[in-house]
Ligand binder design. Structure first.
Ligand SMILES: [Zn+2]
Length: 323
């Protein structure tokens, strides 16, 4: 199924961190993975006659702290990280936008961080990665949004003016998500530092834009692309199931933020999930379906390659990356 890109630009460590706009080297204990992100700005897959792209928007290593996983001690998280060969002081997080090529139409699934400073330096590389993949932003006719957190929608708007980046594209948003983020009083709920000002910004942008349409349930949003309900991380989040030629590919958004290369323990309640218990239920349901239906699955914040398959191992899951 995979069609690996031949575009292997080899960068040394020095140019790697320069390329990310960092003024000092990122920790190269994570070298293999950090370099992978830099040397592969995109990866390309195929499902029937639909091409699917993983496009790097950025990366961020989040310092570990107690409470990050609510029902597991930070020591246990560190043990898992060490066991997987990673530094045990930070969780590696990637920002990856998925794109589809449906005949001559380019479809984005979410829009990345838009380089918003809240997500740290060096993010907002979506257009560079699209260029590397041969995708023209002007060919984007539809943008399917999984949920309304800033790292998925800030790429739709200018950081200063909020002006639309894709004024001519159809933006397709889960109705429950737009309703939740625009309900009275939501801006006064503390949802953590990266969600400060988010509700107000949604109200000033997506809630008023004429090219936004909403849907309920799990309709076919585009030929071969269905919404799949996946609430928990955000109240109205959806995943997107792409089907063509008897093959299925599930773009799972933020069903789990911690890279499954490290651990796919579905019971871990991540503090970043708005409803951690519901997120656990959704994770189990989606992952069980991925195993049963032999789906290829991707995640927004997984390490590159962020595409692979899942197998069941007792109550846990094992992720095997593809390509
Ligand atoms: Zn996210």
């Amino acid at each position: 199924m995979s069609e690996i890109s031949r575009r292997d630009v080899t960068l040394g460590a020095a140019s790697a961190y320069a390329a990310f706009g960092l003024d000092k080297p990122i920790t190269f204990v994570d070298a293999a993975h950090a370099r992978q992100s830099v040397t592969h700005p995109f990866r390309k897959y195929r499902v029937g006659d639909i091409e699917i792209f993983s496009l790097i928007d950025g990366l961020r290593d989040v310092p570990l702290r107690e409470g990050m996983v609510r029902n597991v001690s930070v020591e246990q998280v560190k043990t898992v990280l060490r066991g997987a060969g990673f530094p045990d002081n930070q969780a590696p997080l990637r920002f990856i936008v998925m794109a589809l090529k449906l005949r001559d139409q380019v479809v984005l699934i979410d829009s990345g961080t838009g380089g918003h400073p809240i997500y740290g330096e060096g993010n907002g590389r979506l257009f560079e990665s699209m260029a590397a993949a041969g995708l023209d932003p002007k060919a984007v006719k539809t943008i399917l949004i999984s949920h309304l957190h800033g790292d998925h929608i800030y790429g739709l708007m200018n950081n200063e003016s909020d002006a639309q980046v894709f004024p001519d594209a159809d933006i397709v948003v889960p109705a429950a998500e737009l309703k939740w983020w625009t309900r009275p009083g939501v801006e006064s709920i503390d949802l953590g530092p990266t969600r400060k000002g988010l509700a107000q910004r949604i109200r000033a942008t997506l809630a008023t834009w004429k090219n936004v349409r909403t849907f309920e349930g799990e309709p076919e949003l585009l030929p071969g692309v269905h919404a799949v309900q996946a609430p928990g991380h955000s109240p109205g989040m959806v995943a997107h199931l792409v089907t063509s030629g008897g093959e299925q590919f599930l773009i799972s958004a933020d069903v789990v933020n911690l890279a499954p290369h490290i651990s796919t323990n579905p019971e871990w309640q991540l503090a970043i999930d708005q409803d951690p218990q519901r997120a656990v239920e959704t994770r189990r349901k989606i992952f069980d379906r991925a195993v049963a239906d032999k789906l290829t699955i991707s995640g927004t914040h997984w390490l590159m390659p962020n595409v692979g398959t899942l197998a069941k191992d007792g109550s846990r899951y094992v992720f095997v990356a593809e390509g």
